[in-house]
Design a protein around this ligand. Structure first.
Ligand SMILES: [Zn+2]
Length: 187
């Protein structure tokens, strides 16, 4: 989000406007992730929240929100405040016409949630297309089953363990050349 070298002082203003307001509003949040992933962007153009279609989507049961107030690139802290307010206590937000955002206590869980949320968007887009093509309705998970599944998979500690292998894989692949834990410096 912020990079400073002796010759440059580059600040991602939009990132700072979003992240700083989330951290201000949510003292429990140690990390927030936001990006314009392909399937996230596609699903965020639908103006909908996730349907409970798979076990994985239940990780976001009553735990994500649609922020449908796109007003251009987020350059003002007021817009960041609005996003943080819409996010509330939840772990994820679908930013309409924009992209995905996840938040949590640890980097591991937040990255795991982000990857999972993008996959859930991909799955729902595929399932919706299949349903439209076949004319057959999708099978939705019931509220009770969705809640039970969230209880089993949706807590912060679950997200941490989901995220660990992602980081371990990157570390194994990149070895000592990885940026992880080393900050911004030339490879
Ligand atoms: Zn963005």
């Amino acid at each position: 989000m912020l990079m400073a070298t002796p010759s440059t002082d580059l600040r991602n203003v939009a990132a700072f406007a979003i992240h700083s307001e989330i951290h201000s509003a949510r003292p429990d949040v140690g990390c927030a992730a936001h990006s314009h992933s392909v399937y996230g962007r596609a699903f965020c153009a639908t103006g909908r929240t996730l349907d409970m279609l798979t076990q994985d989507s239940c990780v976001f049961y009553n735990d994500h929100v649609l922020y449908d107030n796109f007003q251009g690139v987020v350059l003002a802290s007021d817009e960041g405040k609005h996003i943080a307010k819409a996010l509330g206590h939840r772990k994820a937000a679908l930013l309409g016409n924009h992209g995905l955002l996840t938040a949590g206590r640890t980097i591991e869980e937040v990255v795991a949630y982000f990857v999972l949320l993008d996959k859930c968007c991909e799955v729902q887009l595929a399932a919706d297309a299949s349903s439209a093509g076949s004319g057959k309705p999708l099978v939705h998970i019931g509220e009770k089953e969705a809640q039970v599944t969230w209880e089993a998979l949706g807590h912060s500690s679950n997200g941490y363990f989901m995220g660990l292998p992602l980081f371990q894989t990157v570390e194994a692949e990149l070895g000592p050349r990885t940026f992880l834990g080393r900050g911004v410096e030339p490879i």
